[in-house]
Design a protein around this ligand. Structure first.
Ligand SMILES: *[C@@H]1O[C@H](CO)[C@@H](O)[C@H](O)[C@H]1NC(C)=O
Ligand SMILES: *[C@@H]1O[C@H](CO)[C@@H](O)[C@H](O)[C@H]1NC(C)=O
Ligand SMILES: *[C@@H]1O[C@H](CO)[C@@H](O)[C@H](O)[C@H]1NC(C)=O
Ligand SMILES: *[C@@H]1O[C@H](CO)[C@@H](O)[C@H](O)[C@H]1NC(C)=O
Ligand SMILES: *[C@@H]1O[C@H](CO)[C@@H](O)[C@H](O)[C@H]1NC(C)=O
Ligand SMILES: *[C@@H]1O[C@H](CO)[C@@H](O)[C@H](O)[C@H]1NC(C)=O
Ligand SMILES: *[C@@H]1O[C@H](CO)[C@@H](O)[C@H](O)[C@H]1NC(C)=O
Ligand SMILES: *[C@@H]1O[C@H](CO)[C@@H](O)[C@H](O)[C@H]1NC(C)=O
Ligand SMILES: *[C@@H]1O[C@H](CO)[C@@H](O)[C@H](O)[C@H]1NC(C)=O
Length: 828
């Protein structure tokens, strides 16, 4: 059986190799090739392709009502483009359904040209466009001709392209393409710019092409491109045209084995370049920079196309490549990748950090490493916006998670150990092979790693030099400098792992520097986990790692600075102004998004294991980001539905099932998140031993009131009169479901997210309503005696940048007090 299976796989392998050879030698023939000229009576030939007529009942279209519009019956002046002569207008949600014969990547290309037809002024149309599981355009409107291109991995046998008019508006489309793309076009071996390492998950992504540029060359139109793309000239993007000059040598371009293919980009792109205009000055030292408009808040896949059409021989050209101020490739020598062929076509894929600015700058400049003539080139560039993976929200994930992992957990947190003592004493801890360990230390191993893969990418930092990774692996002196030599007065947090300092890099970037205590084995494992996790997971709602330092046995992590500290600091004990209900809901929604992404955004589910309000950080706009991945677990997808591991995490937030069975699932995070929800609502510590016994544990106490339907009795007094009852009810129900005894009964993080968004909508609905009605409907007076806990003083530094470990972090209350209180309580 097994043998058969192997034989079969071998055949497939042979077939795919043959296929690949064929793919290299002949023109790409798309398995799916739907070209539709919407609303047109006649087939329209554009270049070498025919867009089919779609004016009568279309076999692809299902729509409650639509209007076929023809520009010759319009007041609008016409456009020469054939595809813009007609349109279909949809007054209700409508969809085109295409049957897919080759699963995998497809272009979805949309053509819009707004004109006025009868009562429809298409410039006023407002609508969204989505597929079965991704939103491509939302709340979209156009005022002039617009072309949009998306690259979607279609994983089912049919694809819907859905047009949904916004409120009281309508949708329209002039032409539509759904066309297969070679699977090799986007493979999963891009590098992440920061932190450095392999970026995984590209094959699942949906991309929107935002720029596709032919450096130093003319416009390349779809008929001159193997995949019907348009490449625009780069002149208008150059920041300083005088510093650059164009070169062209199209006949020189060679497509070599292991390099780029004609499908990566045509030779009209590889055969032209923009290079440094160094004016024969051997001391010239500047960058050639292009600036592109992008939407801020997204990550982009940047593909650099290179082909050395300027050198006379190998190993003559060395240069650096930058994305914004990040170094993308240092001392790039194209000839080391070209099996001794000059002018071989290559490309490099890099994934950016989430952009803060609406401009993305790409620069090339001389390398300082070698004593060579100053020169640098770029032949082509593509910038593709990565659509957030949250598109598929709400469908509760049936994903089986995580295989066995787990190694020895040396430092089981004291809290967990004591509290779980009954369960654990007589149980032998399992020791299983430590899978996943081999892939730890990604940022370090890429240092010397050879990333010359078939897709012809360079991993970030792979060069001939040994110190190429130094941009992310910070020298110890740089960390000293950034923290004023670990100035004690710059400490913003203290935890089991060590101290957290505020710091400033020499470019002015504010950072949080977490310095581990030396020689702690647990610390080392967590240090590695954290780097590994944060190298792979980039998300708006996960805190970003900027770099690390492991010189001299140091374990230092450098994060983006979160101006507003921890969520916990804003709930109680710090004297900071209290947050509004809306702010709290938004923070809960943001952190739920971060966790949902960890659980589902990647092939293997990741369990955070230490979800608590002290690990939710707030940036200057109070946007929430989940932090502290030191305890996270992931693993290969094996049949297990849980990870068996020693109990870790923070007391008061721990999943009771995890205690009982030492089995970890994403639902353990859901439980902890439920506790956070009550903490946010009630603004009190999750364990407060100074309170009467029945009130000590927040989860138990809040559930008691929730079950009585009187949750309003225990809310944070500063919220009194400000929460809409519907919103509170939804919120309470959501928290209650998270706290279900058994993991299977708890919702997924995606469901939690939905419910919280709904709670926010219910709250927001009030704003437009009648003010009198609002005031009477809001949560009313509260009995003051229930609230005396909210004054409990804690020692948590308000601005602390998280990382107060499980051991130290029992809401600022000392451990011994907690346990003496527990013991007393039990004894009562
Ligand atoms: C638009 O309408 C005119 C006249 O009604 C017709 O001749 C023409 O074929 C139409 N165009 C298309 C592309 O259907
Ligand atoms: C348009 O082209 C399709 C396929 O190429 C063909 O089946 C159809 O008959 C053509 N329609 C017209 C109106 O020429
Ligand atoms: C017509 O469409 C082309 C693109 O196909 C565009 O460049 C041009 O500006 C358009 N003309 C008008 C008048 O909108
Ligand atoms: C169509 O709408 C646009 C944008 O609202 C407006 O500028 C234009 O004047 C309108 N055209 C007509 C003919 O009403
Ligand atoms: C849609 O866009 C308009 C501006 O074009 C904006 O005012 C409105 O808030 C947006 N609506 C939604 C639901 O995003
Ligand atoms: C939809 O229209 C109604 C009434 O015109 C308006 O109150 C509501 O805010 C609109 N919703 C959106 C999302 O634009
Ligand atoms: C599309 O996604 C599936 C997983 O859903 C993956 O196995 C496949 O390799 C992807 N295809 C491409 C061409 O990226
Ligand atoms: C584009 O293709 C056409 C024919 O398909 C050819 O005549 C033309 O020279 C090509 N242009 C370039 C710049 O290669
Ligand atoms: C080139 O740009 C990078 C990134 O912005 C910068 O660090 C470097 O100093 C620049 N080099 C020169 C010579 O201006």
């Amino acid at each position: 059986m097994m043998g058969d299976c192997r034989g079969f796989h071998f055949l497939i392998w042979v077939a795919s190799v043959l296929c690949f050879v064929c793919f290299c030698s002949c023109q790409f023939d798309p398995a799916d090739n739907y070209l539709i000229d919407c609303g047109s009576r006649t087939n329209t030939t554009v270049g070498n392709r025919v867009f089919v007529a779609d004016n009568s009942a279309s076999k692809f279209l299902s729509t409650p009502q639509n209007v076929v519009a023809n520009i010759s019956e319009s007041v609008t002046s016409s456009n020469d483009s054939q595809l813009y002569q007609t349109a279909r207008i949809f007054t209700g949600s409508s969809k085109y359904t295409f049957s897919i014969s080759g699963r995998g990547r497809h272009w979805i290309r949309l053509y819009f040209y707004p004109f006025v037809y009868q009562s429809y002024n298409m410039s006023r149309a407002k609508f969204s466009v989505s597929t079965n599981d991704h939103v491509l355009l939302s709340n979209f409107s156009v005022s002039s001709n617009v072309f949009k291109e998306f690259s979607v991995n279609v994983t089912s046998d049919s694809l819907d392209v859905i047009f949904s008019p916004s409120n009281n508006s309508f949708a329209f489309i002039n032409a539509l393409e759904v066309v297969s793309v070679p699977d090799q076009l986007i493979t999963d071996d891009a590098s992440s710019i920061s932190p450095p390492g392999k970026y995984q998950g590209l094959v699942f992504q949906t991309f929107e092409t935002v720029h596709r540029v032919n450096m130093g060359g003319p416009l390349v139109t779809p008929e001159n491109d193997t995949l019907w793309r348009t490449w625009v000239p780069d002149q208008s993007f150059l920041v300083n045209r005088n510093l650059a000059k164009s070169v062209s040598n199209i006949p020189a371009v060679k497509y070599v084995q292991g390099g780029a293919t004609k499908e990566s980009a045509p030779n009209t792109v590889y055969g032209t370049a923009t290079r440094m205009n160094s004016d024969d000055d051997p001391n010239a030292n500047f960058n050639v920079t292009w600036e592109f408009d992008v939407d801020s808040g997204f990550q982009y896949l940047v593909r650099f196309h290179f082909c050395d059409i300027v050198s006379d021989g190998l190993n003559q050209l060395y240069f650096n490549v930058y994305i914004d101020s990040w170094i993308a490739v240092r001392d790039l020598d194209l000839s080391t990748y070209s099996t001794n062929t000059l002018a071989a076509a290559y490309y490099i894929d890099m994934v950016t950090v989430q952009t803060a600015s609406s401009k993305l700058r790409i620069s090339i400049g001389r390398s300082t490493l070698h004593d060579t003539y100053p020169d640098a080139i770029l032949n082509g560039l593509e910038i593709m916006k990565m659509k957030n993976l949250q598109g598929s929200l709400g469908n509760s994930s049936s994903k089986k998670h995580v295989g066995v992992i787990v190694g020895v957990t040396i430092g089981v947190s004291v809290a967990a150990l004591l509290a779980g003592i009954l369960f654990m004493l007589c149980r032998k801890r399992r020791q299983l092979p430590q899978l996943g360990h081999s892939k730890a230390w990604i940022p370090v191993s890429i240092n010397g790693g050879n990333s010359h893969t078939m897709g012809s990418k360079y991993s970030h930092g792979t060069t001939t030099s040994a110190n190429s990774n130094s941009g992310y692996r910070f020298p110890f002196v740089a960390v000293q400098e950034a923290t004023n030599n670990f100035d004690e007065s710059w400490v913003i947090g203290i935890g089991g792992f060590g101290k957290v300092y505020k710091g400033e890099l020499n470019d002015g970037t504010k950072v949080a520097v977490k310095r581990g205590n030396p020689r702690s084995q647990q610390g080392l494992a967590e240090f590695q986990t954290e780097i590994e996790m944060l190298s792979q997971f980039r998300h708006r709602h996960l805190v970003s790692l900027i770099g690390y330092c492991d010189e001299k046995n140091e374990m230092i992590l450098i994060y983006e600075y979160m101006e507003n500290g921890t969520l916990k600091g804003h709930l109680y004990g710090s004297g900071l102004p209290s947050l509004s209900w809306k702010q709290r809901l938004e923070i809960c929604i943001g952190s739920a998004r971060g966790l949902h992404y960890l659980h589902t955004g990647y092939a293997k589910a990741v369990i955070h294991r230490d979800v608590k309000s002290a690990n939710i950080l707030l940036d200057e706009n109070f946007m929430a980001k989940v932090a502290d991945f030191g305890l996270s677990k992931t693993g290969p997808e094996i049949d297990q539905t849980h990870v068996s591991t020693a109990v870790k995490g923070s007391f008061g937030y721990l999943d009771p099932e995890y205690f009982r069975r030492q089995q970890l699932t994403e639902k353990s995070d859901v439980y902890s998140f439920g506790v956070v929800l009550f903490e946010v609502l009630c603004a009190r510590p999750v364990i407060d031993p100074t309170l009467p016994r029945e009130m000590v544990n927040l989860a138990e106490w809040a559930m008691k009131w929730q079950n009585k339907g009187q949750l309003d009795q225990i809310i944070d007094p500063t919220l009194a009169g400000k929460i809409r009852p519907d919103s509170l009810r939804k919120f309470g129900e959501t928290a209650e479901k998270c706290l279900a005894d058994f993991g299977v009964d708890r919702p997924s993080m995606g469901d939690v997210l939905w419910n919280l968004e709904y709670a926010l909508q219910l709250q927001e609905a009030v704003v437009h309503g009648d003010p009198d009605e609002n005031s009477t409907n809001l949560i009313g007076e509260l009995s003051p005696q229930i609230h005396n806990f909210s004054q409990v003083d804690t020692s948590v530094n308000a601005a602390a940048q998280s990382d107060v470990s499980a051991v130290d972090d029992i809401s600022g209350v000392s451990m011994s007090r907690v346990f003496s209180q527990l013991v007393k309580s039990e004894g009562r």
